[in-house]
Design a protein around this ligand. Structure first.
Ligand code: RB5
Length: 147
């Protein structure tokens, strides 16, 4: 299951992503927000981040106006590696090298077609492991106060 969340600035991207997931039979859970009425992004970020860390979701997708605020909020949850992506190269590399577990995008930065392309890449690209696993281990060490 993919956990989805957004604020008003990312609502249209989330809806486009849901359409893509529906068309491709990919299970998801929509944690809101459910309209373009103005809301704060942190509560949606944390719901998706906790769904990922609990194992309920295999990964998450979060959208706000820029993708930045909602990524900063998600990254406060231990174990989350939320990456803002604006192009296909970043979406691929953040899976291959960073093992990102949440993709973040901005509805005021990219269009819906691009967001769907990045979603597909993010969901289909594996982590390379190896030296990148060591680097991610160091990020976890920061969270434990060991680095
Ligand atoms: C909301 O206006 C906007 O600040 C938010 O969607 C996001 O872009 C924050 O980073």
């Amino acid at each position: 299951m993919i956990a989805l969340g957004c604020d008003h600035g990312g609502y249209q991207l989330k809806e486009a992503i849901k359409k893509y997931l529906d068309e491709n039979g990919i299970a998801y859970k929509d944690y809101g927000t459910y309209s373009e009425e103005s809301v704060n992004y942190a509560p949606f970020a944390v719901k998706v981040a906790r769904a990922v860390m609990s194992g309920e979701a295999k990964c998450g997708i979060l959208c706000c106006g820029t993708g930045i605020g909602i990524s900063i909020a998600a990254n406060k949850v231990k174990g989350i590696r939320a990456a803002v992506c604006t192009n296909e190269f970043c979406a691929e590399m953040t899976r291959r090298h960073n093992d990102a577990n949440i993709l973040c995008m901005g509805g005021r930065v990219i269009d819906a077609e691009t967001a769907v392309k990045l979603t597909k890449i993010f969901l289909e690209t594996p982590f390379e492991g190896g030296r990148h696993a060591i680097r991610i281990g160091e990020i976890a060490a920061i969270e434990r106060g060991e680095l």
